[in-house]
Write a protein that binds this ligand. Structure first.
Ligand code: 4NP
Length: 162
């Protein structure tokens, strides 16, 4: 149920690397802070290719080494329900931003779409979370560094307004 909760949906292209990682990282931060009941957190894909899949093994392994349980089952963004269910729709890159805002029905929904990079505090030179899918483990580690930074900033902003 959404009522009274801070609702956050993370978006990436496939929902098997970046957005399920962000989903797991923010969920654990919220749980560790004793705020589980105050948040509803989920993630979804722009595209349909990996619906029903567990996250990419490389992301699961890289995440597990840092204490994150990245185990979301992939699903596709649904404009007919997700704009209603989630106040904050957090995209990883500009392609995601264009795709999701294009599906908004009006200005209010367009304004619900925000960029993860806007919450980075320690990576000022990055304006996206780059897609690691065709990269190596260093790209997955970088994605996690950026996601951890963004989730920390996001949580601060959403919960404390700072
Ligand atoms: P993600 O990474 O958007 O971070 O989940 C990708 C996963 C799959 C594909 C592309 C990016 N793909 O082309 O299947």
């Amino acid at each position: 149920m959404k009522k009274g909760k801070i609702t956050v949906l993370f978006i990436c292209l496939g929902n098997i690397c970046r957005s399920p990682a962000a989903n797991a990282v923010l969920q654990k931060m919220v749980d560790d802070a004793g705020l589980t009941d105050r948040f509803l957190i989920d993630s979804a894909a722009v595209g349909p290719w990996h619906i029903g899949d567990l996250p990419d093994k490389r992301m699961r392994q890289a995440g597990a080494q840092r204490g994150w349980d990245i185990s979301h089952i992939a699903r596709q963004f649904d404009a007919s329900s997700d704009f209603d269910r989630f106040d904050y729709i957090v995209v990883m890159d500009e392609e995601n931003y264009k795709n999701i805002t294009r599906q908004a029905h009006h200005e209010k929904e367009r304004n619900q779409v925000i960029r993860m990079a806007d919450y980075f505090e320690h990576h000022p030179t990055y304006s996206t979370v780059p897609d690691p899918y065709y990269g190596g483990m260093a790209d997955f580690e970088l994605a996690l560094d950026l996601i951890e930074d963004g989730c920390q900033g996001l949580m601060k902003q959403l919960f404390t307004g700072k």
